[in-house]
Design a protein around this ligand. Structure first.
Ligand SMILES: [Zn+2]
Ligand SMILES: [Zn+2]
Length: 308
């Protein structure tokens, strides 16, 4: 099952020539979803050959412009290009009013159904159920209401042992049932236990997106053991005071959360425009959590089992 993240924008606050504002496409089991929608998200979708009309679910972490101001343009383009499929947006309270006002003053009457689900809760909860995955949202500490997102596989199919198919003469239909966990019933009524046909079940893969947030050890519980953690790293430690004041994280703080949560890999993002290169941020983070990479616009990241 495919599970990957395409970064469209890895910059903070203001775009630069090399980094656009926050946005990603998360693809799970063939479904593509947008996470955050900063300015120029629609251009980046085209740049990286993502069909915008195939996207029908968008998650917005918070309503700061660098995560949200791409929405009116993207939704309007979907309309102008003839969209008829419904679209659902999960976002903090205020998104509905903001978008409706934009459409009202611009005289735009969307020809598709736009469902805006506003998030207003204090505990992690499942907000979306897809085909063999769920999405949970959890509150974070930032200067306005902000949510992180956790994408989690469910209903993991089993893998067949190497010779199972030929040894028992499995049909395609048999294979599907066995992969789903059922025992095999032979034509003569003999039952072959599922464990004789399949390898041990692997753990569900999980991807977490935390952007924007202040340093908050309280995140460790919800992030415990995720396979890939994408976390904001707006500053290096020499700007720790500014990070605290603006409710952002340093690279060292993101790495500390990754280490304490025992994640598989850390993907840093949301870099201040003051950094032409992410090298100092990467160096700071890897000193604490070695398996760290810095996001680049246009780069794809696979979500793999952390012990694979
Ligand atoms: Zn931001
Ligand atoms: Zn913000």
């Amino acid at each position: 099952m495919d599970f990957r993240v395409l970064v469209l924008g890895s910059g903070a606050a203001t775009p630069t020539f090399s980094r656009h504002c926050s946005s990603q496409v998360v693809c799970i089991n063939g479904k593509r979803m947008i996470v955050d929608c900063g300015e120029s998200t629609q251009n980046q979708l085209r740049q990286y050959h993502q069909k915008i009309q195939s996207i029908n679910t968008i998650f917005i972490s918070h309503l700061h412009g660098d995560h949200f101001f791409g929405m009116p343009g993207l939704l309007s383009t979907m309309h102008l290009c003839g969209r008829t499929e419904p679209l659902t947006v999960f976002a903090p309270v205020g998104a509905k009013h903001a978008l409706e006002l934009m459409f009202e003053v611009s005289g735009t009457e969307l020809r598709y159904e736009l469902n805006i689900v506003e998030m207003d809760f204090d505990e992690p909860r499942v907000i979306f159920k897809g085909n063999r995955f769920v999405v949970k949202a959890f509150p974070m500490h930032h200067s306005i209401p902000t949510y992180g997102f956790l994408f989690e596989e469910t209903d993991i199919y089993l893998n067949l042992k190497k010779d199972a198919r030929s040894m028992y003469g499995l049909t395609d239909a048999d294979c599907i049932r066995v992969k789903m966990g059922y025992d095999l019933v032979m034509p003569d009524g003999t039952v072959i236990p599922n464990s004789e046909l399949t390898l041990p079940r692997r753990l569900p893969r999980r991807y977490a997106y935390c952007c924007d947030t202040a340093f908050d050890p309280g995140l460790v519980d919800v992030l415990a053991g995720v396979d890939l953690l994408c976390m904001e790293s707006t500053f290096d430690s020499s700007f720790a005071d500014m990070a605290e004041e603006r409710c952002h994280c340093t690279a060292a703080q993101a790495a500390t959360i990754a280490k304490q949560a025992g994640v598989g890999q850390l993907l840093l993002t949301h870099f201040s425009a003051r950094y032409r290169e992410s090298t100092p941020l990467l160096a700071e983070a890897t000193a604490i959590f070695p398996n760290t990479v810095c996001a680049s616009d246009g780069a794809m990241y696979e979500v793999m089992n952390r012990n694979a």
